[in-house]
Design a protein around this ligand. Sequence first.
Ligand SMILES: NC(=O)C1=CN([C@@H]2O[C@H](COP(=O)(O)OP(=O)(O)OC[C@H]3O[C@@H](n4cnc5c(N)ncnc54)[C@H](OP(=O)(O)O)[C@@H]3O)[C@@H](O)[C@H]2O)C=CC1
Ligand SMILES: CC(=O)C(=O)O
Ligand SMILES: [Mg+2]
Length: 416
Amino acid sequence: MSEDFRQQALHYHAYPVPGKIAVELTKPANTVEDLALAYSPGVAEPVREIAQNSENVYKYTGKGNMVAVITNGTAILGLGNLGPLASKPVMEGKALLFKRFAGLDSIDIEVKHRTIDEFVDTVANIADTFGGINLEDIKAPDCFEIEKRLIERCHVPVFHDDQHGTAIVTAAGMLNALELQGKNINEAVIVCLGAGAAAVACMELLIKCGAQREKIYMLDRKGVIHTRRDDINEYKQLFANNTDKRTLEDVIEGADIFVGVSGPDLLAPEALKLMADKPVVFACSNPDPEIKPELAHAVRDDLIMGTGRSDYPNQVNNVICFPFIFRGALDVRASEINDEMKLAAVDAIRALAKEPVPAEVVAAAGADKLEFGPEYIIPKPMDPRLLPRVAKAVAQAAVDSGVAQIDMPVGYMEAK
Ligand SMILES: NC(=O)C1=CN([C@@H]2O[C@H](COP(=O)(O)OP(=O)(O)OC[C@H]3O[C@@H](n4cnc5c(N)ncnc54)[C@H](OP(=O)(O)O)[C@@H]3O)[C@@H](O)[C@H]2O)C=CC1
Ligand SMILES: CC(=O)C(=O)O
Ligand SMILES: [Mg+2]
């Protein structure tokens, strides 16, 4: 990152007011009459209504349009465990994206805790305040247990974005990229560098989309995860491959797919050269990918490449999912975000990439043209069609799979 860009980023966050989000009022609060309605005595009326029937909270408060972004700061992007306070700009960033792309109000909550029990208790005890809980940047394996226990305890959808948001976008982009490369996910040999939150969820969803578990080679800091290792947790164990291969160089030879959800600059150009013809390389580590696109393209001209960043083509980043999946889930008051909803999001994102792109999106992307192909496998985050398409598909899937607690709103997303 250049010094100039670093200064720009710091300036953006500091001015004209510190941070990226604030609270806005939705009702007038100017006169004595306004205050009598907003506060005492008027506020007592919705209190009584909600106390009588808890569903009224959706009628009289902002709960149904509010998502909490909650973290402990243990896996901030690819920067690692820098603690709750340092994670705040990222969490405010997620809140900004919820509002900008899906009109959802969102607040960041950074939790200091000693044990998993303490974190789960903290979140479960405040969960009813919100329409949904977006867990963010919590390291593996803790994130798996935390999410499972919160889903059991909370009455609103709980979704760990780094797992499922990333997996949905990766699957959508991957299926499109493979189609362009003339390859089939069922036969693809897959290397996944990283064995944490994003890695495990991405590989599980690719398997649901047709990938074969035994053709996946997952690696952590110690190398390939294989059946003779005795130092792996139960989540890595699911990907223990019965192989003699031990290093990235061993497994990447002849591989069709590389998914990087690990850290910066971990894929050497020499290793990339060993992949099969027409490979797909998603170097998703943020802010610095496993290999820079310019380096990758310099050594191969037959690859399709994606990164997590906005400033390269093919941004494989959970921003293309989380605002829209929560919009759909909240609008039918889904009790959870299930596999049917996740797969509906994959299909909707995939399909949109194949449609002609509106001129304003092309302009906002700073591109001359955007057309389904190696440099455009996935929609741009600022594509306004993502909201109606993904939210509607997700809401419909929630209704069809029986987790929606209200009917699909009449004409839902049709005007958009
Ligand atoms: N583009 C996107 O939308 C997203 C990108 N990401 C990126 O993915 C990365 C991981 O995030 P997340 O899964 O949440 O974090 P976790 O902490 O849960 O997992 C990190 C994983 O990366 C592995 N790893 C770290 N360094 C190396 C290395 N040198 N060699 C091999 N493996 C390594 C760790 O290995 P070990 O288990 O041995 O510690 C661990 O398995 C981050 O860079 C993040 O920015 C994450 C979510 C979304
Ligand atoms: C994009 C994101 O959520 C991450 O890198 O952690
Ligand atoms: Mg994240």
